[in-house]
Design a protein around this ligand. Structure first.
Ligand SMILES: [Zn+2]
Ligand SMILES: [Zn+2]
Length: 288
């Protein structure tokens, strides 16, 4: 189990907006949509409220963990593995080797580490800097970020189903005095939920692609360039950390399928060294 280093809580407007949005969606779903569709005292109403609350709790828990977890720092004693490296030490930055150096931090960079301009430091296995969590997504919080996006997709789609269901069942029940104000909830929630669920689903699909290829967002963009350069030179380029879909999934999300949806189960190693396709089958070097 990997250690998670905690960060101090800092105020951020985007994070506050996300928390307010979650609170608004939660309250309108439980107390308006579920109540109007089933009635909160009926058993289907209670069941839906319990399931939706559990999903909302998972969202908030994973979201807070992604914010509060340090994505991964380069230890001050870190020295690249010189024996492993094929190039001389004066080379400052190599795409797939150990001897990469950050001039801003005046420190060697482990493989897959990148310097974040916003955080003003190097981040292990950096994926991207996310303003919505006011933090970098990196080695130590990638999984919790991935699981958060997954729960957020399920929760927003579920809420949307309950919204539509409560609208279609509107006619079967007596129109009460609050009918007009309930409509406002439906309109505001619909305007939030439709773009939100589409954006989150696209983001989740993108990260499923990345996990299946054991790539970070940065490596995807670097890979596009490397592929172009390799093709121009008549060579083959293969992402060095791509170990095959199943190996990639277990490397990023953990060895047990049950822990893929559970954020606490994290088996991710130090973030300083990563297995490459070359380690498994020597001779199939990443970039030829
Ligand atoms: Zn740096
Ligand atoms: Zn950052």
């Amino acid at each position: 189990m990997a250690e998670r280093t905690k960060r101090r809580w800092k105020f951020s407007l985007p994070v506050s907006i996300v928390f307010l949005t979650i609170a608004y969606i939660y309250l309108s779903t439980v107390f308006v949509f579920i109540d109007k569709w089933f009635g909160l005292s009926s058993s289907p109403g209670i069941m839906n409220a319990i399931v939706f609350s559990a999903l909302a709790i998972m969202c908030v828990f994973n979201y807070a963990t992604a914010i509060l977890t340090d994505p991964g720092r380069v230890p001050s004693a870190y020295m690249p593995d010189i024996e492993d490296a094929e190039s001389p030490i004066h080379e400052i930055k190599r795409k797939d080797g150990d001897l990469r150096y950050c001039q801003k931090c005046s420190r060697y960079k482990p493989p897959r580490t990148h310097h974040c301009r916003v955080c003003k430091r190097c981040v292990l296995r950096m994926d991207h800097h996310c303003i919505w969590i006011n933090n970098c997504v990196g080695h130590a919080n990638y999984k919790v970020f991935f699981v958060f996006v997954m729960y957020a997709v399920i929760t927003t789609v579920y809420s949307l189903v309950l919204l539509v269901g409560s609208l279609t069942n509107d006619g079967s029940k007596e129109e009460d005095q609050n009918g007009g104000s309930y409509r406002t909830y439906h309109v505001i929630s619909g305007m939030l939920l439709v773009p939100l669920s589409i954006t989150l689903a696209v983001l989740f699909g993108w990260h499923i692609y990345l996990v299946l290829h054991n790539k970070t967002t940065i490596e995807y963009h670097e890979g596009v360039r490397a592929l172009w350069l390799a093709e121009k030179g008549g060579n083959i380029y293969k992402h060095p950390y791509d170990l095959g879909p199943y190996e990639n999934l277990t490397t990023v999300l953990g060895p047990n399928i049950l822990c893929w949806v559970w954020p606490a189960a994290n088996h991710i190693g130090s973030g300083l060294r990563f297995q490459t396709a070359h380690d498994i089958a020597p001779g199939t070097s990443a970039s030829k």
